[in-house]
Design a protein around this ligand. Structure first.
Ligand code: TYD
Length: 225
């Protein structure tokens, strides 16, 4: 297992969070592009990962396989453990000097599995994972998000308005709880056009990194791609 330097994580590990259709993937890629354009190297990654555990999770989310909600919570935690500590994982990349941005992390499990299992199982399963330096929580009306994802062809089991509303509310509760544990969480109004939201994110992230003066080195690859 790769050891973890929590001080380095605090400087160079950023997470983006939000309900389905909030635009996390699009904005993560735009942010990585802006940072690279300013000479910073960063690695983008996502959970669930493309590892075998991540693929098993996908098969449950697609409805192809069934599993008890608490089993799914354990699978997400196992996938995260590998993502963090496995070969070429987040810990290793951060140690090599890269800035790592992840589309989802602990807060996703607290919000989604908080709804499916109740808050305590995901809280316990995730309590050992270190805090990122910065978590961006995208806030968008679930009605807007569901309209965005309605145009997608492959629906997942969580993609209903009723469920997303509950996840949205659980995100708010769990973000407060993590802040009480010392997590740095910034809420982003992500209910606007892509360019406006991009600028809001950059303002927060550049301030966090001290861009353009911070010196980040490392590869510009995608983990588990
Ligand atoms: P998502 O980011 O929507 O992936 P994609 O855009 O590639 O489909 O993630 C898939 C789903 O997994 C999403 O509904 C959120 C859910 N999820 C959890 O329920 N718990 C978790 O811990 C994580 C990381 C994701």
């Amino acid at each position: 297992m790769h050891s973890i330097n929590t001080d380095e994580l605090k400087k160079r590990f950023i997470v983006i969070e939000g309900i389905d259709g909030a635009g996390t993937t699009t904005q993560m890629n735009l942010l990585a592009g802006s940072l690279r354009a300013r000479g910073l190297s960063c690695v983008t990654t996502a959970e669930p990962t493309t590892s075998p555990i991540g693929m098993l999770i996908r098969s449950v989310l697609s409805g192809k396989n069934e599993a008890a909600p608490s089993t799914v919570a354990h699978l997400f935690a196992a996938d995260r453990n590998e993502h963090l500590y496995g070969k070429e994982g987040i810990a290793q990349k951060v140690e090599e000097g890269a800035l790592v941005i992840s589309d989802r992390y602990v807060l996703s499990s607290l919000a989604y599995q908080g709804v499916t299992c109740g808050p305590e199982i995901p809280w316990q399963l995730n309590s050992r994972f270190p805090a990122p330096g910065l978590t961006l929580l995208f806030e968008v009306d679930p009605e807007v998000c569901i309209k965005r994802i309605d145009t997608r062809s492959n629906k997942e089991i969580y993609e209903t308005l009723e469920f997303q509303k509950r996840v949205h509310d659980m995100y708010a509760v769990m973000a407060d709880r993590l802040e009480q544990q010392g997590w740095h969480i910034e809420r982003i109004n992500a209910d606007g056009d892509i360019e406006t939201v991009r600028q809001r994110i950059e303002a927060v992230v550049f301030a966090f990194l001290g861009v353009p003066s911070c010196g980040i080195t490392g590869s510009a690859s995608r983990l588990h791609s």
